[in-house]
Ligand binder design. Structure first.
Ligand code: URA
Length: 257
């Protein structure tokens, strides 16, 4: 592996995002081959140099496979379907690693889906207590008033317990041309089955179409429905940093901001 700037090496290893890694270096918490490095220009090789943060060796990200897919509607979020429907494995072809989908996205929903063979990261990102934010854009029936939005923020009793949205805003208000359909964008941190549909149904605005536009640090930029790509190294670093923050938040018992 070629030498790279230390802050990039740290970011790629999932220690922290690049800016935060720079701050960590400036604080004098990083050593390369036993010497404290406090400047930002220094280069290092994670394979051949011994890089330590707070006395702990920083290891290279193991070579897992990470794919972001824009799951199209009418595709099941499993590798095999008992009803012979099209699955995400039919969409992501030619990948030899044993990747699987992280979290679920309904058959009729589309949007961001992470697929990986990195079980630890997948588990951290989907654990209910990890509080990883997921942003959805939902086309709904009717025009939600402030009361409905407030109820969703305050929390609603569903059949499997109370649930709420972290944030919700109306992006398009229903009118004659849209046949009375509005569009809302909302953030949830849980991964319960059909959660967004059930929440919106509960306030009288059933979902007509649902798209996930963000899953943690991942979005749909550069993709089309059915399109997918491998994450870049820096994105893998960010994803793993996100997973590790989720793990810590879960242990501390608070969701991510
Ligand atoms: N909420 C839903 O209702 N469906 C999804 O696919 C994801 C979240």
């Amino acid at each position: 592996m070629p030498s790279e700037r230390l802050q990039k090496v740290l970011a790629n290893a999932g220690v922290a995002a690049r800016r935060k890694a720079e701050a960590i270096i400036l604080e004098g918490r990083v050593t390369v081959n036993g010497k404290v490095v406090r400047e930002l220009g220094v280069k290092a090789d994670i394979e051949t140099d011994r890089i330590e943060l707070d006395g702990q060796r920083v290891e290279a990200v193991k070579t897992s496979t990470y794919i972001v897919l824009w799951k199209p509607a009418r595709v099941v979020t499993t590798l095999q379907d008992e009803f012979n429907r099209r699955t995400v494995a039919d969409v992501v072809r030619g990948v030899t690693a044993r990747i699987y989908p992280v979290g679920r996205l309904d058959y009729d929903a589309d949007g961001v889906l992470l697929m990986t063979d990195d079980g630890a990261t997948a588990a951290a990102l989907t654990h209910p207590g990890g509080g990883v934010p997921k942003i959805y854009r939902a086309k709904i029936r009717g025009r939600p008033g402030e009361g409905a939005l407030e109820s969703l923020r305050a929390g609603i009793e569903l059949e499997d317990g109370r649930a709420s949205v972290i944030d919700i805003r109306v992006v398009e208000t229903g009118n004659h041309a849209s046949r009375g359909h509005s569009v809302v964008e909302l953030t949830v941190v849980e991964g319960r089955n059909h959660l967004v549909k059930r929440l919106l149904e509960a306030v009288g605005h059933p979902v007509v179409a649902l798209r996930r536009i963000r899953f943690g640090p991942l979005d749909l930029e550069g993709l089309k429905p059915g399109g997918w790509r491998h994450l870049r190294k820096d994105e893998v670093g960010r994803l793993r940093a996100f997973a590790s923050a989720a793990r810590k938040k879960r242990k501390a018992g608070k969701p991510m901001p």
